[in-house]
Design a protein around this ligand. Sequence first.
Ligand SMILES: C[S@@+](CC[C@H](N)C(=O)[O-])C[C@H]1O[C@@H](n2cnc3c(N)ncnc32)[C@H](O)[C@@H]1O
Length: 205
Amino acid sequence: MDSLEGILDEIARAGDEHLDPGYVAEYDRKAAFAADAVEEVQLLCGLGLEQGSTLVDLGAGTGTLSLAAAARCRRVVAVDVSPAMLRATEEKAAALGVSNVECVHAGFLTYEHRGSPADFVYSRNALHHLPDFWKALALRRIGLILRPGGILRLRDIVFAFDWLLEPMLERAGFQISEAGYGSRRIYAEYLCMKTDESAGPIAVD
Ligand SMILES: C[S@@+](CC[C@H](N)C(=O)[O-])C[C@H]1O[C@@H](n2cnc3c(N)ncnc32)[C@H](O)[C@@H]1O
């Protein structure tokens, strides 16, 4: 996979609060994502997540989804640009005795997947940190992480950006199998399947 490191400073765009250990310490209480994450894992299990699966959580934050998924699959990779978020994930994993969650300090544009291709990629409330052009590249890179038939679960703030995000997903080689929008269309949830193996390497000159 081509390295895009240095082209866009993902840490600078990550939101200062996500880098702040004080904010991170309060994140789980404020985000209140734990129960929702369990439902999300159930959804993924219904789509084939099982003991042999690999799941990559991009913009994993404090690892709520990663840790909820860990017991249901073989390997979870929690990826985030924030060292404080990753530390929180590691501490929670250690406290829970979870050993199959790997924390990787990287972003959408720099994460280099190793090992067998992922069966699932999950990303919640993180992609919006990238400007639009870079979102398209990030989606292409996600396509390269996933095996054919692999599933992307994407949830994010879209601000009526779905008209642009959806063609981006399709151009990145995904088929959108389900799309849900909040009543004000500022938030969207997608289930996508990687279908197009021809979405080749990304060239950034
Ligand atoms: C609102 S939090 C969401 C965390 C988690 N996904 C959740 O739903 O609780 C956004 C996360 O995205 C991370 N982030 C921001 N920009 C990123 C990027 N370019 N690549 C990877 N992670 C990023 C932040 O550090 C932060 O942990």
